[in-house]
Write a protein that binds this ligand. Structure first.
Ligand SMILES: Nc1nc2c(ncn2[C@@H]2O[C@H](COP(=O)(O)OP(=O)(O)OP(=O)(O)O)[C@@H](O)[C@H]2O)c(=O)[nH]1
Ligand SMILES: [Mg+2]
Length: 574
């Protein structure tokens, strides 16, 4: 193609035909178009001579060209190291004015370090940015200054995460909490051990463990510094209570206010705080406190009303396109979809009138009674459903639990869906076998999650924290419904009992010849489940076996898909 349209002649057109390029009313783009059409005449004529392939599929919204899709960066896991800000140091300063040589102490206090918060907000859809960011730091407090000027407070940081994020603490470093827990004498012993300092005649280590928490006047000689008697460190409480270890939050709803994760260090005290009868001119101030740092793991479980589960190439994405506004990628090969997609199904007749009447509980979405934040629901109990969301995930294959294909980890995005829709390709072999294989993988996934959760709860039952046994509670910042290890167990909130969810089958590619028999067999199998003659395909006792149905569709032609919407809404309404 490049050979038939050489670039060089175009470069000389200005010189050969200057009038063509003069600003005489013909715009450059139209001229350029004229040129390109002339230049490509040869190609067009050759194309025209070849007969058009009539059988080639015409691309449309439901049968798009391979490059007709939209994709955004997506990550559903992220590990973050968060550092709250350290406090600024207190200042050692004395008033100096004309005719006043020896003024009083006037060193300002250091600013407190910034805190790190987390908040689940609508509008965030992925953990991608956080996964790349890796480290989050709140601002450090500025040191105090002379003339009693306090240091500026460190800036707080709010980590915005999508609704549906689970937060787990992996490790924590809280030097101040450890110090508070140990007695002064123990701290001294510990420091002596680490520094290998000799013990004094009274058996006490010579070095005071708290000495490095003090700032001494820089103008003093080192021997004076060593000899200087320092008062006991003042006992100060943090402005906010550091949440108990380990943090475990299930942010399945937007959080009205940011939730505290790590508290910044207190700012140091300036020298006026230490003025006493014996020390009218204190040559010392305290340093700012070290702050808490933590390693946390974020896991996003998308919250869609309906989750599509199917083998690769079954037609899940085509189905999603046919009923929602999604522009997910479609291709005639396995694993076209590599990350979850959410589509919104709008329940109107394209003229703004409702397509069907459906209601959902508002209290589910705004469980204000569980929040300590005083958010009272203004909405009525039931609200008309105008839309619902549907999640399309990468295809599952047999043995996905053994990490075959893309594994089963993506099932976390349908784990919380209200309804599961199993998408089966009627043209790809026995549909009953495919359904059983899918349920087998889903069942194994549920089992794996439950084991994980049990292990986590067992670990959480052990109190590793230094403050174990103390009754420091952090109720102010911990909504009981969110704190996995502080309130209700997250396992129940996560709804791991997947087999108990309402489900149905969407039998796709019904337009292909010879699929009727396969569909009939599938329908008979589902009828047998409804009549309790066959067990639930997952094999779980007491699983959902009410009205299991299969809806035949041709998603590519948009036929039968309205029934899928109606059925899904019916199941969502319960
Ligand atoms: N004939 C016919 N073809 C369909 C139908 N639905 C989807 N297809 C085709 O099946 C192929 C796979 O469709 P996708 O929607 O990408 O399948 P998928 O389940 O999302 O595949 P993965 O993303 O790989 O899991 C595409 O070539 C579609 O055009 C249908 O109803 N009839
Ligand atoms: Mg797909």
């Amino acid at each position: 193609m490049a050979g038939c349209c050489p670039r060089s002649p175009r470069l000389f057109l200005h010189f050969l035909y200057p009038s063509l390029f003069a600003p005489n009313g013909i715009s450059r783009p139209s001229l350029a178009a004229a040129i390109s059409s002339t230049r490509c005449t040869r190609r067009s004529s050759t194309e025209a001579s070849t007969p058009k392939d009539e059988s080639a599929p015409i691309s449309s919204h439901l049968n798009p060209a391979p490059d007709d899709y939209s994709m955004s960066y997506f990550a559903d896991k992220a590990k973050l190291t968060i550092h709250a800000g350290a406090g600024g140091h207190g200042c050692i300063s004395f008033l100096r004015e004309a005719f006043m040589e020896d003024g009083p102490a006037n060193g300002g206090d250091g600013g407190h370090g910034g805190n790190v918060y987390i908040q689940a907000v609508h509008g965030e859809t992925s953990l991608y940015k956080l996964a790349r960011r890796k480290i989050v730091r709140a601002g450090k407090g500025k040191s105090g200054q002379g003339s009693s000027r306090g240091g500026q407070r460190g800036e707080d940081v709010v980590i915005a995460v999508p609704v549906g994020t689970v937060v787990r603490e992996l490790s924590r470093n809280d030097p101040e909490a450890e110090n508070r827990f140990l007695s002064r004498r123990d701290r001294r012993r510990k420091k002596a051990q680490t520094l290998a300092i000799e013990e004094g005649p009274d058996g006490e280590p010579v070095e005071d463990a708290d000495r490095d928490k003090w700032l001494l006047y820089p103008g003093m000689s080192s021997s004076d510094k060593r000899r200087m008697a320092l008062p006991p460190l003042p006992n100060r409480d943090r402005l906010l209570q550091q949440p108990k270890e380990p943090v475990h939050l299930d942010l399945s709803r937007p959080t009205p206010r940011p939730i505290l994760l790590a508290v910044g260090g207190l700012g140091g005290l300036g020298n006026p705080h230490f003025v006493s009868k014996g020390t009218p001119k204190p040559m010392f101030a305290t340093k700012g406190e070290d702050a808490v740092s933590m390693e946390i793991e974020l896991e996003l479980k998308l919250l869609a009303d309906v989750g599509l589960v199917g083998l690769p190439n079954a037609g899940k994405s085509t189905l999603l396109r046919s009923i929602s506004n999604s522009r997910t990628r479609i291709g005639n090969w396995a694993f076209t979809t590599l990350q979850p997609n959410i589509g919104t199904v709008v329940l109107d007749d394209n003229k703004g009138r409702p397509m069907l009447t459906s209601y959902h509980r508002v209290s589910d979405a705004h469980p204000s009674q569980n929040y300590p934040f005083n958010v009272s629901p203004q909405q009525p109990e039931l609200e008309r459903r105008t839309r619902f969301t549907i999640a399309d995930i990468p295809g599952l294959i047999e043995g996905a639990h053994l990490d075959k294909g893309l594994g089963i980890a993506f099932l976390r995005h349908v784990e919380r869906a209200g309804v599961l829709a199993f998408v089966l390709d009627l043209g790809a072999g026995n549909a009953v076998k495919a359904l059983k294989a899918l349920w087998h993988e889903v069942g194994l996934y549920a089992q794996m999650r439950e084991d994980e959760e049990r292990e986590r709860q067992r670990q959480a039952a052990i109190d590793w924290s230094a403050a174990a046994g103390t009754d420091a509670e952090d109720a102010t910042f911990w909504p009981s419904n969110m704190a996995g290890d502080h309130g209700a167990p997250v396992a129940n909130a996560g709804g791991l009992h997947i087999a108990g969810k309402p489900w149905f089958v969407v039998a796709t590619k019904g337009d292909l010849p010879g699929t009727q028999e396969n569909f009939n067999e599938l329908r008979e199998y589902l009828d047998a489940i409804n009549r309790r003659k066959e067990p639930h395909p997952s094999g779980v006792e007491g699983a959902w076996t009410k009205d299991c149905t299969a809806i035949p569709v041709s998603a590519i032609k948009g036929q039968g898909v309205d029934r899928v919407v109606h059925w899904a809404v019916g199941l969502l309404d319960g």
